[in-house]
Design a protein around this ligand. Structure first.
Ligand SMILES: Nc1ncnc2c1ncn2[C@@H]1O[C@H](COP(=O)(O)OP(=O)(O)O)[C@@H](O)[C@H]1O
Ligand SMILES: O=C(O)C[C@@H](O)[C@H](O)C(=O)COP(=O)(O)O
Length: 340
């Protein structure tokens, strides 16, 4: 399926380890109205890599997380939730500098008009140090996931590169969810430079068209051609590059010259965020089951529909039978999407 084989070492005890941000989502309870008119929010664990890790754990994989939380009630809420989900938190350290938990307030004006208001000054997740990345967790894992936001600042940036080095040393497959959050970065040039440096080391790269556009500001792809985007990464470590297009589906390119297009399934959309994280969890899970790329994309696309039809991201991550059932019901025409 790829020239650079993506093979998961079955002798390793852990399926999946994610490194990066552990945060809080505060999702508006009064939906379909602006934030100015919202008075109550529900607290969930958030942060893209946390959501993906929770998704993988719900799907039945053995998972661990490497990150840093604030020394406060929110930090303990996050760690407690991960533990109850069966995620190994021995790689989650606690900040002692007075840093705070990153917050994402979500505004759900309509199913298609959603935005996020981030509070990310002095956040604990970006304080993770390279020396705190536990080599044995990565050595024991089949798959490492990194996410781009952790590259925004030191020392978290160096921690990600340390994790990448360990993964290479211990032959873990590396997936990169680009997870580009502009408000975390200060300069476009710096953003593109670090994203590109990290992406060169990764075997599977997943991002939206806009995220790849941000990386390509350093080199020409004026027509925003997905094929040109993917081809660049095959000159480095990547065997699979996935470019996501929201409701229009996604396309996976492999380094043997093939491409696979996945349509999205119908969904009764409550809000759009969480689609990418659940898609990544479903897709990576499929690959780890030994499924081919189209089957893995289909599973990711259905997992995304389940999450965007729910109020939360992390808490709505489905179990495998729910996803299979969703696909079956779509194929039978039992699920109609929203018109938007
Ligand atoms: N409105 C939608 N209806 C059905 N599926 C969707 C919708 N939006 C996203 N998806 C699914 O989720 C996947 C990832 O969504 P996308 O919006 O591209 O990523 P992100 O959330 O990272 O921006 C898509 O490829 C598609 O399968
Ligand atoms: O990543 C964050 O900090 C916020 C997430 O927890 C949030 O729920 C979200 O935006 C998910 O993003 P997506 O899956 O890329 O849509």
């Amino acid at each position: 399926m790829t020239n650079k084989p993506i093979s998961f070492d079955a002798s390793k005890p852990l399926d999946f380890v994610a490194v990066g941000r552990l945060c809080i989502d505060l999702n508006a309870n009064e939906i379909n109205r602006p934030m100015e008119e919202t008075v109550t929010f529900t607290q969930y664990v958030g942060g893209s890599p946390a959501n993906i890790c929770i998704g993988m754990s719900r799907l039945g994989l053995k998972t661990a997380f490497i990150g840093k939380v604030a020394d406060d009630q929110m930090g303990r809420f996050i760690t407690g939730y991960l533990e109850r989900e069966g995620i190994d938190t021995s790689g989650v350290t606690v900040d002692r500098t007075g840093a705070v938990t990153g917050l994402a307030f979500t505004e759900i004006k309509s199913p298609t008009d959603c935005s996020i208001l981030m509070y990310r000054d002095n956040v604990a997740d970006l304080k993770l140090e390279a020396g705190e990345v536990r080599e044995e967790l990565i050595a024991g894992a089949k798959l490492l996931l990194i996410s781009g936001t952790a590259l925004a600042k030191s020392p978290s940036r160096e921690a990600v590169f340390q994790a990448l080095d360990y993964a290479k040393r211990h032959r873990a497959v590396i997936a990169f969810d680009l997870d580009y959050r502009p408000y975390t970065w200060t300069s476009d040039e710096e953003t593109a430079a670090y994203y590109n440096l990290a992406a060169e080391k990764c075997h599977i790269i997943i991002g939206t068209r806009e995220e790849f556009d941000m990386m390509e500001r350093l080199g020409g792809n004026p027509t925003r051609d997905d094929h040109i985007t993917a081809a660049k990464w095959f000159q480095h470590s990547a065997g699979i590059v996935i470019i996501k297009h929201g409701k229009d589906g996604s396309i996976a390119y492999t380094d043997d010259g093939a491409s696979h297009r996945a349509r999205s399934f119908p969904a009764k959309v409550v809000k759009t965020f969480g689609a990418g994280d659940s898609y990544a969890a479903g897709f990576l899970y499929g690959l780890m089951q030994g499924w081919d790329i189209p089957a893995s994309m289909e599973f990711g696309s259905a997992a995304a529909c389940i999450v965007i039809s729910s109020h939360s991201c992390s808490d709505a991550m489905p179990k495998a039978p729910q996803v299979h059932d969703y696909i079956e019901r779509c194929l039978k025409g039992e699920i109609a999407g929203t018109s938007s």
